[in-house]
Design a protein around this ligand. Structure first.
Ligand SMILES: N=CN[C@@H](CCC(=O)O)C(=O)O
Ligand SMILES: [Zn+2]
Length: 404
């Protein structure tokens, strides 16, 4: 058992109540890692002896980012759709069909290489835990293939057969496929199931359809997540509460009733609300009001939603900067949302913090404080700290326990 000591940490964000403030910050700090886990944190002057040592010269260290919502496995390019939005085109979800066609036509090797490149890109910016959804296959063999690719990257895989109804397929036939043979083929490869619940969209799913999808997934042993309230008001957040989902994502258009329901549920481990500000940036839409959710006592997470249609970014630092400057979050709240709350959205307690026993997933900033993530937007300050003896694995989390 080798102990590795990290010193010269100007500011160490732990979320450990033994250190001051809501972020559990130790200053002029040190951290000891044993067997890939945090064994000790505290002031440099009190650090125990260790076998190996590195010094960070005053850098800030945070838990690695937890990106709890991505669609990394796809082929093709939708930069023309992005460009058309600058001429006033509204996002409706219609472009998903373009990605589905390109993805079906791509080889598994090509899909794997691209997804792994995106995961590595995320890791270079400090992301150490990542969720990956299917949803650009929309037939049984391709959805299964996408989940097999996703599992080479992360144990946090999500079956999103109910992304949209594919072109030329009858809605009720597709619902039967998603909740029948497709679910049977995909459930063994996934930890979670998700649905694009957006009754205003002709391609996504309404309340009854979404409830049917989620109930079938829960019966197959999957934990639940919901894409809801993205394009307009709708039942997504309410359904997430009703069905005990771990997270409702997007949540841009919430009614007072939605917020009250989420706040009531928050007291009993109800859904985390995962905001995806890169989507509002890319689709030129109004940003969600994070302040309203935080003031109601709701756990708010931030994630990238990396996908070719609504946000082609793997950058958690960008999401933090957007949340602070445009969504009413403090830098501390945004850092919590990108780490601890992301872990809660995945029902993980081994990541997203640096309490003793946590995985030693460390994000180091080329800056003295977490505040610089928002203060210096667009500057590549964050990286994953590779520790001796751990080797370089893209996302080395072990298979987590079942969600429910
Ligand atoms: N909203 C649904 N799905 C994705 C976008 C998919 C796409 O447009 O390709 C999202 O989370 O934004
Ligand atoms: Zn999404």
């Amino acid at each position: 058992m080798t102990a590795h000591l990290v010193t010269g940490i100007g500011e160490l964000v732990t979320f450990d109540p033994q250190h001051p403030g809501p972020l559990g910050v130790a200053e002029d700090a040190a951290l000891v890692v044993v067997d890939g886990h945090v064994a000790w944190t505290g002031p440099r002057a009190a650090a125990p002896a260790a076998d190996t040592h590195q010094d960070l010269d005053g850098a800030a260290v945070l838990p690695g980012f937890v990106d709890s919502h991505t669609h990394l496995v796809f082929a093709g390019d939708r930069s023309a759709e992005f460009e058309a939005r600058s001429a006033g085109l509204r996002y409706t979800g219609g472009g998903i069909a373009t990605t589905v066609a390109a993805t079906r036509a791509a080889s598994t090797d090509r899909l794997t290489a691209r997804a792994r490149a995106l995961a590595a890109e995320a890791r270079r910016q400090g992301t150490t835990t990542i969720e990956v959804k299917s949803g650009y296959g929309l037939d049984v063999p391709t959805e299964e293939r996408l989940l097999r690719v996703a599992r080479t990257i992360t144990p946090e895989t999500t079956f999103l057969g109910a992304h949209v109804v594919p072109d030329g397929v009858d809605r009720s036939d597709y619902l039967a496929l998603v909740t029948g043979p497709m679910l049977a083929a995909c459930a063994p490869l996934a930890r979670w199931a998700d649905v694009f619940c957006e009754p205003g969209s002709p391609v996504a799913f309404d309340e009854d359809e979404s409830r049917t999808v989620l109930a079938a997934a829960a019966a197959a042993g999957l934990g639940l997540r919901v894409h809801g309230n993205q394009l307009g008001p709708g039942p997504g957040a309410r359904l997430a509460v009703e069905l005990g989902a771990a997270s409702v994502d997007h949540a841009t258009h919430l009614s007072d009733g939605d917020v009250a329901g989420l706040a009531d549920a928050a007291a009993h481990g109800g859904p985390v609300v995962t905001l995806l500000p890169g989507v509002e940036l890319s689709t030129r839409s109004p940003f969600p009001d994070a302040r309203r959710l935080l003031d109601a006592g709701i756990e708010v997470a931030l994630a990238t939603d990396c996908n070719p249609g609504t946000c082609y970014s793997t950058s958690m630092p960008l999401m933090v900067a957007l949340a602070v400057s445009l969504m009413g979050m403090t830098t501390g709240e945004a850092v919590r949302a990108a780490t601890l709350a992301g872990a809660r959205a995945l029902r993980r307690d081994d990541v997203g913090h640096l309490r003793v026993g946590a995985r030693a997933d460390l994000c180091v900033l080329d800056a003295p404080s977490h505040r610089h993530l928002a203060y210096r937007p667009g500057v590549p300050l964050a990286r994953t700290l590779e520790l001796p003896g751990r080797g370089h694995v893209e996302h080395p989390s072990p298979a987590p326990s079942p969600p429910r």
